[in-house]
Write a protein that binds this ligand. Structure first.
Ligand code: SAM
Length: 252
């Protein structure tokens, strides 16, 4: 069964949130900086350019991470965090409640404060983000209503980083998921997707998790087929090892 796409039960049983943070977000691990450099810089640019903002932003497949919301928290009054796994939501809650053992995001917060250059301290920025997170919810993007049995009001913006490729085993399913997300966005609102291209899997500890190897063209087509209008695409510099990109699309 080596080749089958990772099941939801495997995620529930095997995804180790603490190990994921250690492998991909611990500053000691230099291999990660290409992703975080790109994500922090790109999200800073997208949110500071104006145009994207409003009442509520929803992060889909947040995992145990908050770096992706550091720039967004300047532009939205409310933030909804969501993931399929309870263990990831528990990690987020630990950080929100400043509990012992919570992951230390200080260096990420400092980097975003520096990019924003408005004199806010790391503590002030962290408090701003904490205060804006109004919900931490379980979701399953494979469901037509990812928050079933809840029905949420559509939001101004949905953001999702490295998640959809981890849930969908083909482009048809990817397109269906984009349609599910569309129902969570107000008409005229936007979707921000951050992805690594052509990746077949990622590892957490000894466990491999499947990824759908997406291309820029495939993503653009899926967005079009799902009824979005692509507004902007940014691809990381050539000197990055793996191709990574940000897609900004509008719910027409
Ligand atoms: C590679 S991690 C990305 C985490 C985080 N967004 C980041 O940028 O590091 C993929 C995430 O997708 C979540 N996921 C997997 N299947 C899902 C589903 N059906 N619905 C929502 N999230 C799902 C996993 O729990 C995991 O947190």
């Amino acid at each position: 069964m080596e080749d089958s796409f990772t099941s939801q039960q495997t995620y529930i049983d095997e995804f180790d949130s603490v190990e994921y943070l250690k492998m991909y977000y611990d500053q000691e691990q230099a291999m990660l900086s290409e992703w975080t450099d790109f994500a922090l810089q790109t999200l800073h640019e997208v949110f500071s350019a104006g145009g994207i903002g409003g009442d509520t932003i929803m992060d889909i497949g947040s995992g145990p991470t908050i770096y992706q919301l550091l720039s967004a928290c300047e532009k939205f009054k409310n933030i909804i965090i969501s993931d399929f796994l309870e263990q990831n939501l528990a990690e987020i809650q630990k950080w929100l409640k400043k509990e012992p053992g919570a992951f230390d995001w200080t260096s990420y917060i400092e980097r975003v404060c520096k990019l924003e250059g408005n004199g806010a301290t790391c503590e002030e920025k962290a408090e701003k983000l904490r205060n804006k997170v109004k919900e931490v919810l379980r979701c399953d993007v494979l469901k037509e209503n990812p928050f079933e049995p809840l029905t949420l009001n559509p939001v101004d913006c949905v953001i999702s980083c490295l998640c959809l490729e981890a849930c969908c085993n083909d482009m048809e399913s990817f397109c269906d998921v984009l349609k599910h997300l569309k129902s969570l966005i107000k008409p005229g609102g936007c979707l921000l997707l951050l992805s690594k291209l052509n990746r077949h899997y990622y590892s957490v500890g000894d466990q491999r998790f499947s990824a759908l190897p997406v291309t820029r063209e495939g993503l653009e087509k899926a967005l079009k087929d799902a009824g979005y209008e692509t507004m902007e695409i940014k691809v990381a510099d050539q000197n990055y090892q793996s191709k990574i990109l940000m897609l900004y699309a509008k719910h027409k």
